[in-house]
Ligand binder design. Sequence first.
Ligand code: PLP
Length: 463
Amino acid sequence: MKTQQQVKRGDAAALLEAAQRHAVDYIESLPDRRAFPDDAALAGLSVFDGALPDQGLDPRVMLERLQRHGSPATVPLAGGRYFGFVNGGLHPPALAARWLADAWDQNAALYVMSPIAAKLESVCEAWLTELLHLPADTAMGLVSGTSTSLACGFAAARNALLQRQGWDVAADGLFGAPEIKVVLGEQAHGAVFKALAFLGLGRDRVVKVPCDDQGRIDPAQLPALDDRTLLILSAGNVNSGSFDPFRPLCEQARAAKAWVHVDGAFGLWAVAAPGTQPLCDGMDLADSWSADAHKTLNAPYDCGIILCRDRSALAAALQASGAYLEWSEERDSMLYTPEMSRRARGIDLWATLVTLGRGGVARLVEQLCDHAGLLADLLVKEDFRILNDVVFNQVLVAGETAGETEAILKALQRGGEIWCGGSQWRAAPAIRLSVCGAETTPDDIARAVAAFVDARQQVRRQP
Ligand SMILES: *Cc1c(COP(=O)(O)O)cnc(C)c1O
């Protein structure tokens, strides 16, 4: 006779094995999947409607329901023909590590809650400092994504700039504090404005610096900076993929004792590849940096990174206290994040970095850029207009007229062969493609171009 406990353990094992089978099948199906669910798959989501059951559902039925009706309604972001937003594929070794880490059910807040999580975060901190050519002893915190990372960097900047004016923001708040000037490029990402709003720095009381035709800040247009200025720069314009000219901007900021933060959600990784490293010249002169490992690096979600030159400024801005907290001599990761409890995403990050190695990271970045370049070249051959200089992984495409561009985008999104989104570029509609997945092959690029040609034919056939 098995005990109740043994039966339960057997059930858990069977359930986990079933989940693993479904997951492996899913990954193997990626090359053949539509790039967006069809109407039947979306209609199938109605099985999830209904009230919370009184009695819990049989776990096997739960999993079957997810597999049968959930899986068809996923968007295969990790497939080779997904070019929407700026996302990122899936590095399978990191997924394996994540599964194991999730089974460990670690809380990465404190060393005493998870020595392994603390260890691997320390290792990642040192590796990233070197890989990204940052100053020695740069501090790293792992958050959900760049939106949160930006808020962490701006909080450190705000507190440090005001501390120098003799004002303690953490204790006394912002009312009555000396003013901080926020300077940014007019094309800064929406997440930058959200973080500024969230921190009481104001979305609208910023100085927007005019940008050139690729969306880069023009250093000649930079206003006077001072030691109460936060200057926000961009490594990877979210439309064009361009990089601000860091060296002249950071040198001016340093001379003025301003704080510089770099939004490098997907572009910070450019510095790790010889081919794109020149785009990042002078980036190490900044004070803090944001990046996402779940974008260019293809780590699993959610793996945002805050990096800060001044370790104590970051820790002071995000500090929590409580008599029950047990600080250790080792790494206590909650010093560097707004959260206390959180999953041990450093394990996924470590697994990604250790299995790619320095060479693998460089090759991944260069592969994404090469595929973006190939995509642009092939589209030009088919008489599409490329609106940006393709310096990284972003490609902006247009048809002959604004109306045609919009219609082609709609036809592409309906077609299901590829998925990409739209944007505005220089006051006109653009189709925006981001090559972010390691899975994308030259064949996928050729299929994407064929989908564009098809979509344009459909549009032109219509009266
Ligand atoms: C994706 C992105 C963000 C927001 O990052 P999340 O991880 O989605 O929160 C901010 N800035 C840029 C340039 C981005 O590409």
